[in-house]
Ligand binder design. Structure first.
Ligand code: 13P
Length: 252
């Protein structure tokens, strides 16, 4: 059975003190939850990863990085490698977030290299993708998503997909308060699963968790998560509030 996942993408928010308070707050809120088939992931900024790992030693909450560089090491001032993340105990890395694509010019080709580096270091890639508003308006959203998957992931072997989580995040729904309707999310997630099944096998497609991201809140999480091919969410703004994040986890 596919794992359910609720992951918080903290983006460039909150300092060290606030990181501790947020982690403590989430633990308190979810203390009584049965999370047998659910993974809870948080992704603080690089500088707070080590402390977040220490604060989550008791388990339940996993820690992911928000990005990393594709090279093994070298003259890339300001960058962080897969090896560095793995060495401190990070097991998952968000790759290809639309903000990375838009503001840091991360192309599909670069993202393919990043995915390779994550997998080569025995970590898991939470691979983000999704269409722009203009793509949806022009009816090109399926084509765009298929190309994003194919360009960055379809060089992989079937076996690699056990270390890949997909996060469909339509760019028009990120931080805008506008969510894809549960039907729009289901329609795209079903398409994504079929695209994987066509390229690999039904087993690979059925085994992969596909998260939805984009203005998920306590008020809409239940309906979105009730859809068959939606295996959880990648949460931005609402993941910075313990009660909201916990309510979203409860909806899964
Ligand atoms: P919001 O939940 O703030 O729309 O952000 C979604 C997102 O970008 C998660 O990666």
């Amino acid at each position: 059975m596919r794992k359910k996942i609720v992951a918080g993408n903290w983006k460039m928010n909150i300092n060290a003190t606030e990181t501790k308070a947020l982690i403590d707050g989430i633990y308190q809120e979810i203390a009584s939850y049965d999370l047998t088939n659910t993974r809870v992931i948080i992704s603080p900024s690089y500088v707070n990863l080590s402390s977040a790992l220490a604060l989550t030693e008791k388990g339940i909450i996993e820690v992911a990085a928000q990005n990393m560089h594709q090279a093994k090491s070298g003259a890339f001032t300001g960058e962080v490698s897969a090896d560095m993340l793995q060495a401190i105990g990070v097991k998952s890395v968000i790759i290809g977030h639309s903000e990375r694509r838009a503001y840091f010019m991360e192309s599909d080709a670069i993202l393919a290299e990043k995915v390779n580096a994550v997998l080569a270091n025995n970590m898991e890639a939470i691979f983000c993708f999704g269409e722009l508003l203009e793509d949806r308006k022009s009816g090109n959203h399926f084509k765009v998503v298929a190309a994003q998957l194919s360009n960055a992931l379809f060089h992989l072997q079937a076996n690699d997909f056990k270390n890949i989580v997909l996060a469909y995040e339509p760019v028009w729904a990120i931080g805008t308060g506008e969510t894809a309707s549960p039907e729009q999310a289901q329609e795209m997630h079903e398409f994504i699963r079929k695209t994987i099944a066509d390229r690999y096998t039904k087993d690979v497609a059925d085994g992969i968790s596909i998260l939805y991201g984009g203005s998920v809140k306590p008020a809409n999480a239940n309906e979105i998560f009730s859809k068959e091919d939606v295996d959880g969410g990648l949460i931005g703004g609402a993941s910075l509030k313990p009660a909201d994040f916990a309510a979203i986890i409860k909806s899964i």
